[in-house]
Ligand binder design. Structure first.
Ligand SMILES: Nc1ncnc2c1ncn2[C@@H]1O[C@H](COP(=O)(O)OP(=O)(O)O)[C@@H](O)[C@H]1O
Ligand SMILES: [Mg+2]
Length: 253
């Protein structure tokens, strides 16, 4: 296959020009970063697993009517998605206190929140992705009030659906980060879910043992990072029982 033109290289993915106008290819790397790029490493096989996990979750969300960028998986590490004008916000949903939220409010990790809380951060590595309010978002023109309403409505549906989906496989969805982008269908602008949903962008705890099954294992040097990602994929039914199989081309269909 001819090498496509690279449009952007991020921390976890590379974006290539797509085969048709209005599409791009997301290539999932094994690179892992944490604490705004201060900690760097690799998680072997992560890209393959995140490609599959994000494909699965975006497809399921599409089935309940959440518009997403996902079109189809191309191979082990690449998926074709609709090219979107990314809204420069990290939309964070928190169901239980964890990570920086637990620190900020001096809460013990795992404390249930009175209700799910949606936070916005301005997606800007140089600034360390600072948290922002709707005031900043509208004043700086990152999104309009109706766009924010749309994002919040979609985010609530995504959280409810994913919480149930993960609970069904014995996993607590503690919190997660999503991104949205704008696409144009003829002259109508729509907001769609973009980027990825994976153990890189979610906190996932085993429902029985509270064992972490996400990037916190890498952030906190807990070990068994690959195994945790594999277990999430296995429970979602997107990984073959024999892990050695997932390196081969057999999975592509
Ligand atoms: N459908 C899409 N169209 C265009 N850009 C996208 C789309 N989905 C995700 N992106 C962007 O591509 C990049 C993905 O690479 P990633 O490694 O996550 O980058 P970053 O280091 O900026 O988080 C992100 O900047 C993300 O906003
Ligand atoms: Mg990213």
């Amino acid at each position: 296959m001819a090498r496509r033109r690279q449009l952007y290289e991020g921390k976890a993915k590379i974006i290539f020009e797509g085969p048709e106008p209005g599409t791009v290819v997301q290539y999932f790397k094994d690179d892992a970063t944490a604490f705004n790029n201060q900690k760097k490493g690799t998680i072997t096989g992560k890209g393959v697993l995140n490609n599959r996990i994000s494909e699965y979750l975006m497809t399921r969300l599409g089935q309940i009517g959440v518009p997403t960028h996902f079109i189809r998986r191309l191979n082990m590490r690449e998926q074709l998605v609709r090219q979107a004008e990314i809204i420069p916000l990290e939309v964070i949903v928190r169901n239980l206190a964890a990570g920086s939220f637990a620190q900020r409010f001096k809460m013990e990790e795992g404390t249930p929140l009175p209700r799910s809380i949606i936070e916005f951060c301005y997606k800007n590595d140089d600034l360390g992705d600072p948290m922002v309010a709707e005031e900043h978002i509208t004043a700086f023109g990152w999104a309009s009030p109706p766009e924010i309403d749309d994002i919040v409505q979609q985010t609530i549906r995504i959280n409810d659906f994913l919480t149930g989906l993960f609970l069904g496989i014995g996993i607590r969805l503690v919190d997660f980060k999503i991104e949205f982008g704008r696409v144009w269908d003829n002259d109508v602008m729509r907001i769609i879910l973009a980027d990825e949903i994976s153990p890189d962008s979610c906190r996932l705890w085993d429902a029985d043992t509270n064992e972490k099954m996400d990037k916190d294992r890498f952030r906190r040097d807990m070990g068994e990072v690959e195994e945790a990602y594999q277990e999430v994929a296995r429970r979602l039914g997107v990984m073959p029982e024999n892990p050695s199989d997932f390196k081969g081309p057999k999975l592509v269909h």
